[in-house]
Design a binder for this molecule. Structure first.
Ligand code: HEM
Length: 409
């Protein structure tokens, strides 16, 4: 097939569900046409940016390549129906507006503060592994373990009660798994709007509680924040809750479940981590590189800009393929291999780069280290007990189910 026809992989949720094939195709695109024009019936036209250096170069120029109006690939019908988003979050903001809003939560996510969460995160990781041990040697690692732990962390730092975890889990999956028929909400209210409205109702109640009774949790930081002496508008506040509750959950779950699957695929790497648990500190980044749970973000070109042999024009869309950039052989030798001792693993762009660099990166690394440390210290043996399956999505994506059998200490 000519390379010009390969661009469908970037917009096809099903294509991402076959990672080996997806990566083989993306590699051809990187080699033959690294900046590829993709014109499909159902999506606005975009340029797929597949090389690590090019993703970085675009991220270095956030005034030329903005997040608004379209930060994530959306079918044409959705773009036309969307208008302005009901709730605006950091990923829809640019320039001073973005800086002002990011400053509200930035300090909370700095390494010094995140470190204070270590023992709580370790406790939750141990509880997850205890639950796995109690399941008697068989589980679905995604649905029984990986989906719960990051949600517990996020909801616990936001300060939500455990009784609300199940509801938040469902809402988050509906929001990010909307292209997947098994996950998307069925029936009358299948539109994204209904899902967002559920979030709005939930967090409005939370904010009014934290304004009346402030605590040390992140929900209180957001509820009591002000800009130029004025309290945050309700919708802005909701934007903060929404992005943290959603961005902090599925992304990390996918990294953990994708990480376990990768270790099963490369058993010598699993053995190495079990023998030398201290390697997990660096291996977390290799797992994140390999899995790249956030497949892309879009940028909107504002001024003519030339990269390689292409000049982007104002109004054009650029699809930053983090998944492709993280397998770029020019940066990562033998990139298709998981190598827990890879020296430059942390050069990955799975957290993006620049102004919008993932706010939760330190927390995500802490969670991944913590759960694998807890798991590997107790696992005597683990193997697949059936075929894994993958979520159909082109934004945040990873395994949907990983049946495993295991023995634990
Ligand atoms: C392995 C897990 C994670 C991955 C792969 C990931 C990936 C990303 C990526 C690619 C971006 C966009 C960066 C860019 O445009 O350059 C991002 C932004 C963001 N992430 Fe994460 N993320 C993860 C975990 C988390 C966690 C745990 C949280 C919060 C608790 C979080 C909160 C955010 C927020 C708030 C933004 C928006 C930042 C902005 O626009 O300024 N993420 N993340």
């Amino acid at each position: 097939m000519p390379v010009d026809n390969l661009g469908t992989i970037f917009a096809d949720p099903v294509a991402y569900a076959d990672p080996a094939r997806w990566h083989a195709t993306a590699r051809r695109v990187r080699d033959e046409s690294p900046i590829l024009k993709v014109a499909l019936d159902d999506f606005p036209e975009f340029w797929a940016i597949t090389k690590h250096a090019d993703v970085m170069e675009i991220e270095r120029n956030p005034d030329i390549f903005t997040n608004s109006p379209l930060p994530v690939l959306t079918p044409r019908a959705g773009v036309e129906a969307a208008g302005s988003p009901p709730v605006k979050t950091l990923i829809q903001m640019d320039g001073d507006e973005h800086k002002t809003h990011r400053n509200i939560v930035n300090d909370w996510f700095k390494p010094g503060n995140v470190k204070k969460l270590q023992s709580r995160v370790d406790d939750l990781a141990r509880e997850s592994v205890d639950r796995m041990a109690a399941m008697g040697g068989r589980c679905d690692f995604v649905n029984d373990i990986a989906l719960h732990f990051p949600l517990q962390v996020i909801l616990s730092i936001l300060g939500l009660p455990e009784t609300d975890y199940a509801r938040m889990l469902k809402l988050t999956q509906e929001l990010f798994g909307a292209e997947d028929p098994d996950i998307a909400r069925l029936g009358e209210d299948e539109s994204m709007f209904a899902v967002i409205l559920d979030f709005v109702n939930y967090f409005t109640a939370l904010a009014s509680d934290r304004r009346a009774h402030p605590t040390a949790d992140l929900a209180s930081v957001i509820a009591n924040a002000s800009i130029n002496g004025e309290p945050l508008a309700d919708m802005d506040m909701l934007g903060h809750y929404l992005i943290i509750a959603t961005a902090g959950h599925d992304t990390t779950s996918n990294a953990i479940s994708g990480g376990l699957l990768a270790l099963l695929e490369f058993p010598e790497q699993l053995a190495l981590l079990r023998d030398r648990p201290e390697l997990i500190d660096a291996a977390a980044d290799e797992i994140i590189r390999y899995v790249s749970p956030v497949k892309h973000f879009l940028r909107n070109c504002r001024e003519p800009f030339t990269l390689r042999d292409v000049t982007f024009q104002p109004g054009e869309l650029l699809y930053l393929s983090f998944a492709s950039a993280n397998r770029d052989e020019e940066v990562f030798a033998d990139a298709m291999r998981l190598d827990v001792r890879r020296e430059n693993a942390s050069s990955h762009v799975a957290f993006g780069f620049g102004r919008h660099f993932c706010l939760g990166a330190h927390l995500a690394r802490m969670e991944i280290r913590s759960i694998f440390r807890a798991l590997l210290s107790r696992l005597e043996h683990i193997e697949l007990a059936g075929d894994p399956s993958w979520i159909h999505a082109y934004f945040v994506q990873g395994p949907k189910s990983i049946p495993v059998s295991y023995r634990m200490r």
